[in-house]
Design a protein around this ligand. Structure first.
Ligand SMILES: Nc1ncnc2c1ncn2[C@@H]1O[C@H](COP(=O)(O)OP(=O)(O)O)[C@@H](O)[C@H]1O
Ligand SMILES: [Mg+2]
Length: 545
């Protein structure tokens, strides 16, 4: 049993990796499509970029990777020039150096124009002439490409921080270069998608410099399971516990890694060959409940950063209410005994910080585990009266055990029961699921039934009375084929009254023909991702196939 090697445990993200690689290869072939990778903090943008670069090490392109988070212009300048020269020397099998002057000396005979420019940049920076230096840095890839015939891929991680360099028109200048330097591919990443989209659309959106944005989400259920398997590498663990962990961590690779690491340590301590429930609860307690547990500490720092400044108390109370399941402004204001106009700006600012997300008029803490921690650890700490040693810990342990049991109970429920439970929660909301808007009315008379088609097949189904008419939801765990769909459509047409709205819930998707047909007939299709999106919105555990 080995500890996790955090340098080499990258998992999944295949489709995004493929796109990035395709864009890099495209550049070599004269087709350039810049990319913006957007997603919450710690979701895996940097890890993904590093993985892409290491997998493309042998390609004939030069990567310049700069993480700009909390960096100043001096760092940008030195790191930019050093990276370019270092990578050049490495690729050419020339002696490597770390110091800029030595790098210049080593590369001078091979790429004199590039080195000349690097020295000029260093001089300008030394004299405090940042604007001139910045312009020159941006022209460096061009000069290098002219001199070597090689393409450059510039990666700016947390690129929004360029703004902090105090350089006038920092993005406009970058935008100009992006437009004219066709041999340079720009990949930018940001943990603040809204801010990034604004910069991209308002400041960098020059005609030929458009960016393709790729959103990076938490892992879906099967990816999360895959990462757990990879991390535990042969250590036995029951499927139920694995599923629970995937759901509990909300698909965040970082939390999965840290939990697995703790599990490995504990199973060593207790000399266990297999991981059982008590070890899982102990691991959760160690990393999430204990004050110095790594995830607990991480969340505490997040809270501190979010609540710096005035009205910190309100921000904390707001996060608490959101974690307690108050999702609408009206519910939040009732719970906090404040008027909506006092609440809205604070919620908006949490949204700007990318902590809270909005769907319809529902607000949610994005990170499931953070929300859990606020509810069961942080708020408890704030409100504890009885300081009897060990009392809170005992209570937390009981809660984790209950969550584990509940997860098992819910997972054993039939899909039809889960969907009907979910439908009971609808309250005339309008949500966007995977890019499509759905209006979900409040239902009464929700009934589970069997739908028998002409060919003798049975489907689980749910009928429910919406405000304007009857809804029919047909469920299938396996893929829905063309003939299934035809049978279902025939039965729907026979129903009296005809349903106002029909929905196909399919955990394994529809085949292409069935999908086209369903759309023609104006059926809604909810697949696993859309369902789990709804489950998340209504604070329900995800659906396990
Ligand atoms: N695909 C992945 N496979 C394994 N671990 C990952 C993956 N993505 C992220 N991680 C873990 O999460 C941590 C934080 O990811 P990072 O890339 O730094 O996030 P971001 O750049 O989005 O803030 C990484 O250090 C790594 O431990
Ligand atoms: Mg990062």
């Amino acid at each position: 049993m080995n500890l996790i090697d955090f340098d080499y445990n990258f998992y999944g993200r295949r489709s995004v990796l493929e796109i990035l690689k395709k864009r890099v290869m495209g550049l070599k072939e004269g087709y350039r499509q810049n990319v913006a990778l957007l997603g919450s903090r710690y979701i895996g943008k940097t890890a993904l970029l590093h993985c892409m670069m290491s997998q493309m090490e042998d390609e004939d392109v030069f990567f310049i990777y700069l993480d700009l988070e909390n960096r100043d212009f001096d760092y940008f300048s030195v790191q930019f020039t050093k990276s370019l020269l270092y990578n050049y020397l490495k690729k050419e099998n020339l002696p490597l150096q770390e110091d800029l002057k030595l790098l210049c000396a080593e590369a001078k005979d091979h790429i004199p124009r590039t080195v000349f420019l690097v020295q000029a940049i260093e001089n300008f920076t030394g004299q405090g002439k940042m604007l001139e230096a910045y312009h020159m840095i941006l022209s460096l890839p061009e000069v290098f490409t002219q001199e070597t015939g090689k393409s450059v891929v510039l990666i700016f991680d947390e690129f929004g921080h360029l703004e902090n360099f105090n350089i006038p028109e920092v993005f406009a200048e970058l935008g100009k270069r992006i437009m004219t330097q066709k041999n340079c591919l720009y990949i930018v990443a940001s943990s603040f998608p809204q801010q990034a989209e604004t910069i991209l659309s308002e400041k960098l959106s020059l005609l030929f410099g458009n960016f393709e944005t790729i959103p990076l989400q938490p892992f879906n259920f099967s990816e999360a399971q895959g990462l757990i398997d990879q991390n535990l590498d042969g250590v036995k663990i029951g499927l139920h516990l694995k599923n629970f962990m995937a759901d509990f961590a909300g698909g965040h690779p970082l939390y999965i890694n840290l939990l697995c690491q703790e599990l490995i340590c504990l199973s060593g301590v207790y000399a266990q060959q297999e991981i059982y429930a008590p070890i899982v609860t102990q691991a959760i307690e160690n990393v999430i409940f204990n004050r110095w547990g790594v995830i607990s500490r991480h969340f505490e720092l997040e809270i501190n950063a979010l609540t710096a400044g005035k009205s910190a108390g309100l921000a904390v109370a707001l996060l608490g209410a959101l974690a307690q399941g108050k999702h609408k402004i009206s519910d939040l204001s009732e719970s906090l005994k404040l008027k909506s106009p006092q609440i809205s700006p604070r919620v908006n600012s949490l949204q700007d910080s990318n902590i809270v997300e909005r769907n319809g008029n529902y607000y949610h803490i994005k990170d499931k585990l953070f929300s859990y921690w606020i509810k069961y650890v942080y708020q408890r700490r704030l409100h504890v009266i009885d300081l009897e040693a060990g009392r809170s810990r005992k209570q937390f342990k009981e809660e984790i055990n209950r969550a584990l049991n509940d997860f098992g109970v819910v997972a054993r429920k039939d899909l039809s029961v889960r969907i009907s439970d979910l439908m009971h929660k609808f309250d005339n909301e309008s949500f966007v699921l995977c890019g499509r808007r759905y209006k979900l009315t409040a239902f009464r008379d929700i009934k589970i039934l069997k739908l028998r088609t002409g060919t003798g097949n049975y489907f689980d189904a749910i009928s429910a009375q919406g405000q304007e008419g009857l809804w029919l939801v047909v469920l299938k765990k396996d893929p829905v084929h063309d003939n299934d769909l035809n049978g279902i459509l025939e039965e729907i047409k026979k129903l009296d009254p005809r349903p106002l709205r029909s929905v196909i819930v399919s955990l394994s998707g529809l085949d292409e023909n069935a999908k086209v047909r369903a759309l023609q007939e104006k059926l809604w299709i909810w697949d696993e991702d859309q369902l789990n999106c709804l489950m998340h919105l209504f604070d329900e555990p995800i659906i396990v196939r």
